[in-house]
Ligand binder design. Structure first.
Ligand SMILES: *[C@@H]1O[C@H](CO)[C@@H](O)[C@H](O)[C@H]1NC(C)=O
Ligand SMILES: *[C@@H]1O[C@H](CO)[C@@H](O)[C@H](O)[C@H]1NC(C)=O
Length: 188
């Protein structure tokens, strides 16, 4: 009797806690009800080319906040809005797999180091309509820059991973750049 009572009250306490959770704004869900099998996490690798087109009549990358007139050589303070094509190969005319929509800003006073905030919105095949979100630091003159994939939507719900960026070409006269992205994502 002496041992049954504490167990009984523990069960009571737990069930009232679960009830409270369920009756409030938070409800515990069975992941399978959402078609999620938490034991079947997949690792996918995506490779595509990111086109930052600053020149010409239809730029995909525009400066919305210029750096202050006496800014450092790192353009500290600059903000660019982007809607950059993502293509299968470095050639801008190759198959479009998605768009990188977001912004980058110069956040470093020591080197050109960008804060990247981008949604990769895919349009290709089964990934059409799904996307991943990248938020990270991009010191553009380093050979390989790594940025976290912080999550995603559609097929990438609950995703996590990282992206590695390597400059393919950069034209200092026009400011146009083509960057290879290798993205590794764990998702369900
Ligand atoms: C430029 O630098 C000077 C001296 O550091 C500062 O007073 C000024 O506010 C800065 N900005 C501009 C736009 O001149
Ligand atoms: C992607 O989905 C949109 C909207 O559902 C559709 O209009 C478009 O044709 C699709 N694109 C491809 C390449 O399947």
């Amino acid at each position: 009797m002496a041992t049954v009572t504490p167990i009984f009250s523990l069960v009571l306490l737990l069930s009232s806690a679960i009830l409270r959770l369920a009756s409030g704004f938070a409800t515990a869900l069975d992941p399978s009800l959402m078609g999620l099998n938490l034991r079947k996490e997949k690792l996918s690798h995506f490779r595509f080319y990111w086109h930052d087109i600053a020149s010409g009549p239809h730029p995909s990358s525009v400066t919305v906040v210029p750096p202050p007139s006496n800014a450092s050589s790192t353009f500290f303070g600059l903000v660019n809005m982007i809607d950059n094509p993502l293509t299968l190969r470095p050639d801008a005319g190759s198959e479009l797999v998605g768009r990188a929509q977001g912004l980058y800003s110069s956040a470093s006073q020591e080197e050109v180091g960008l804060l990247m905030i981008m949604n990769f919105a895919f349009v290709s095949g089964k990934y059409n309509g799904s996307g991943i979100t990248v938020l990270g630091r991009n010191p553009v003159f380093h050979k390989v820059r790594e940025m976290p994939v912080i999550s995603g939507c559609g097929l990438f719900r609950f995703a996590r991973g990282y992206a590695q960026a390597t400059t393919h070409t950069f034209d200092p006269k026009t400011g146009d750049a083509v960057v290879e992205y290798n993205v590794y994502v764990l998702h369900y």
